[in-house]
Each structure stands twice: as structure tokens, then as C-alpha cells.
Design a protein around this ligand. Sequence first.
Ligand SMILES: Nc1nc2c(ncn2[C@@H]2O[C@H](COP(=O)(O)OP(=O)(O)O)[C@@H](O)[C@H]2O)c(=O)[nH]1
Ligand SMILES: [Mg+2]
Length: 226
Amino acid sequence: MKINVVKNVLQANDIVAAKNRQVFQEAGVLAVNLISSPGSGKTTLLEKTIPALADQGPSIVIVGDLQTTRDAERVADSAFQVTQINTGMSCHLYANQIAESLPGLELAQAYFLFIENVGNLVCPGEFDLGENLKVILLSIPEGDDKVAKYPTVFRAADMVLLTKIDLLGAFSYDLARVENDLRKLNPTAPLVPFSATTGQGMGEWLGWLAEQRKTKVGAQARFIHE
Ligand SMILES: Nc1nc2c(ncn2[C@@H]2O[C@H](COP(=O)(O)OP(=O)(O)O)[C@@H](O)[C@H]2O)c(=O)[nH]1
Ligand SMILES: [Mg+2]
């Protein structure tokens, strides 16, 4: 009985996610779901990324958090539009929460839609939001054993950003272990050492986003900014 309930929740979520995906496609926006533990650097990444993408086009941000509008406030100045979803007790965003926030957003005016998921390395991996890409952030202080411990999100990743790489020297950390564990689960997702502090990896991240936008949104884009 319990198994059926879980199945139904996931199936219902998938139906709404498919509708979200269609809305994103019609609007010509690339939707990127950012997933990590709390404190791995999701909002900091957005603070650096959105201004750097400004010459390509505007970004919209949807932030999921248990409480507060703190993250939304941090990106409010640089983003074209920002919506905060407070999930209360829920450890991840549902597709219907995204769907409910879409009518208030001018998606067709944007190039990128970033969804900062609730800080958690488990639940967000299970719930499709209709995004084009899942980007997982894993910060150096979290330790080099976490890929194997949280396989679901790493299996689903389109890119893994190894954040806070500037702190590498402060920890006992085996980069090869992370790479080996990731390759067992996911042979293709790029693993990018990244630092919001030094800018390491920023070029690769931005280039990848631009390339993904071209291939995933491509012909459906309205190119209203070009
Ligand atoms: N040293 C270092 N600290 C970082 C980096 N990125 C983020 N931080 C810090 O990590 C903390 C948590 O970052 P935040 O972006 O709020 O994480 P979030 O909870 O995933 O959104 C903040 O104090 C950031 O300044 C980085 O590349 N290097
Ligand atoms: Mg945050």
C-alpha cells in the first residue's frame, strides 16, 4: 500500500513536470535545476553566473527553501525576475510548485531559468521539475566520499561542479576518488573543479551553459534578444 502511494506521488509529479517542460520549450528558455547540500554554493554560483550571462540574455530564478526569502534577495538585483517558493517541511521542490509559479513569470523574455532546489542531496534527485538540465554542486568541505553515498543525484547529473576548489589544500581530499565514483554512476557528466572565489571553472561552466542552450532550446527559441 505504502509503495503504491509513493509511486502515485512520483507519477503525478512526472505528469506536471512534462507540462512544465513543454512550457519551457515554447518559451525558448533553458531550465537548469541546481541541486546540492545546504551551503555548497548554489546561491553564490547564481550571484556570479547571472551577471556573467547578461550579454547573452536575461535570467529568471526560482528559489526553493524551507523558510525565508534570503536567497531570493541575494539575486534580486541581477536577475530579470525572481520567485521564492517556501516549501515548509518539504526537502525538495515538486513540479506543481514550479507550475504554480510560472504564470507570474515572463519566461519568453528570458534566456535562462535557474531553479535553486532545496538544499538536500537526496530528495531533489527523485522529483523531475521539467528542467532541461540537472547540475549537482559538491563542495570540497563535504568530503570526497559523498558521490558513492548519494548515488541517485549523481546518476541523474548533467554536470557536476566541484565547488570551493580554492579550499582543497585545507582538507584531506582525494580528487581521483570523486572522479572514479562518479564515472561508475555516470560516464558522461562533466566534472568541473569550480571556485566562485577565484573564478576557476567559470569559463567552462558558462561555455557549457551557452552550448546547452543552443542544442536544447535551439530552433524553438524566439531569439527576441538577438
Ligand atoms: N571558499 C569558498 N566559499 C564559497 C564558495 N562558494 C560559496 N562559498 C561560501 O559558502 C557559503 C554558502 O554558500 P551559498 O551560496 O549560500 O550556498 P547554498 O546554500 O548552496 O546556496 C557562503 O558563506 C559562501 O560565501 C567558493 O567557491 N569558495
Ligand atoms: Mg542558497
